[in-house]
Design a binder for this molecule. Structure first.
Ligand code: TLP
Length: 347
């Protein structure tokens, strides 16, 4: 494989900085399955406070966090409403069926945002033939829609409906802090509309491992049991949780640099023949690059880019996703533009 010099595949590829490593080295630890790891406990308190929730639970990954939420909210045989491009439905390997025995009900969304009327119509009536609607999930920012922010008004409208119907609302906030930095709306405000929220630290926040699920105290107590069942009970996990605390203290505000870099990349690439970019999608740290070129499709262009040291994955036959993050500088963005420009012109 050619050497990757500019890695725009995902913000999951970020590596812990020396300062983060130094912080980790001094973490106070204990056995977290006994609830005795002071650093994990501190992280859980910090996130619960950040999101205005009663309690929180540290877990190894965003996938586990979402799946524990689904397991805790639902009963086997229920249906979970979601947006058709969301991570839970597309990228969690069918886990809701596998682990919770629920079926997903994906609905079309615009820029990742559900239409309230569609949701209302999708909620099942109480009828012998129908699977009961057990949960509704939303994603903010929305990954496959290109890092788009789920507008607060839409979440509030949805929360009114779910409260009225007595259906819980789960927020996959893997990149919620990107939405916070992009809009200036505090995390608590977004979270106030959801019954449970999953927040990831191993994406733009730059920690090597971990997500936190938050919600009401009794919900988190039940979720803790499922974390154990799913094999996510960790021992001296404070070593890992320390990185998340460091990320909260140091890596949130800097997300705006990633957003600026994504905007720069998008605004340069959109002028190239053979490429289309919907600037309405470019709201945070992602750029969806539509390939409309006589020689390349997304797969072949992604391979050609890689041969020049630039890694960016095809998400489908017409799109390449580029994600900016703390290990990507403005200079590297300009180099990426140069690589794209050369390839598009050569052909
Ligand atoms: N997303 C990854 C891939 O799985 C696609 C990426 O590179 O963007 N929710 C959202 C919205 C996510 O984007 C991801 C990861 C997750 C959950 C899962 O997190 P992990 O990878 O920690 O299980």
């Amino acid at each position: 494989m050619p050497r990757i010099t500019i890695d725009l595949r995902s913000d999951t590829v970020t590596k812990p900085s020396q300062a983060m490593r130094n912080f980790i080295a001094h973490a106070d630890v204990g056995d977290d399955v006994y609830g005795e790891d002071p650093t994990v406990n501190l992280l859980e308190e910090r996130v619960a406070d950040l999101l205005g929730k009663e309690a929180a639970l540290y877990v190894p990954s965003g996938t586990m966090s979402n799946q524990i939420a689904i397991k805790t909210h639902t009963q086997p045989g229920q249906e979970v409403i979601c947006e058709e491009n969301c991570h839970i439905f597309n990228y969690e390997a069918g886990a809701p069926a596998f682990l919770s025995h629920v079926q997903m009900r994906p609905l079309h969304g615009e820029y990742g945002v559900l239409n309230i009327k569609d949701v209302e119509n999708a909620i099942r009536a109480d009828n012998l033939h129908l699977p009961p609607t057990g949960l509704i999930c939303v994603e903010n920012t929305h990954n496959r829609a290109g890092g788009t922010v789920y507008p607060l008004d839409n979440i509030s409208e949805l929360a009114n409906l779910t409260a009225q119907k007595g259906i819980p609302l789960h927020l996959d906030g893997a990149r919620l802090m990107n939405a916070v930095v992009a809009t200036g709306i505090p995390a608590k405000d977004w979270a106030s509309y959801a019954d449970s929220v999953s927040l990831c630290f191993s994406k733009g926040l730059g920690a090597p491992v971990g997500s936190v699920l938050s919600g009401p105290r009794d919900f988190i107590q039940r979720a803790r049991k499922y974390r154990k069942i799913f094999g996510g009970g960790m021992r001296q996990a404070g070593i890992l949780a320390a990185a998340c605390i460091f990320a909260l203290d140091n890596n949130v505000n800097r997300l705006k640099e990633d957003h600026e870099n994504a905007r720069l990349l998008a605004s340069e690439l959109k002028n190239l023949a053979g490429i289309f970019i919907d600037m309405k999608q470019v709201q945070t740290n992602m750029v969806m690059i539509y390939i409309r070129h006589p020689k390349y499709n997304s797969e072949t262009l992604s391979r050609a880019l890689l041969s020049k040291g630039l890694a960016a994955n095809a998400v489908d036959s017409e799109r390449i996703r580029a994600v900016t993050h703390l290990n990507i500088s403005k200079d590297q963005i300009l180099q990426a533009v140069e690589i794209f420009t050369k390839l598009m012109k050569e052909s």
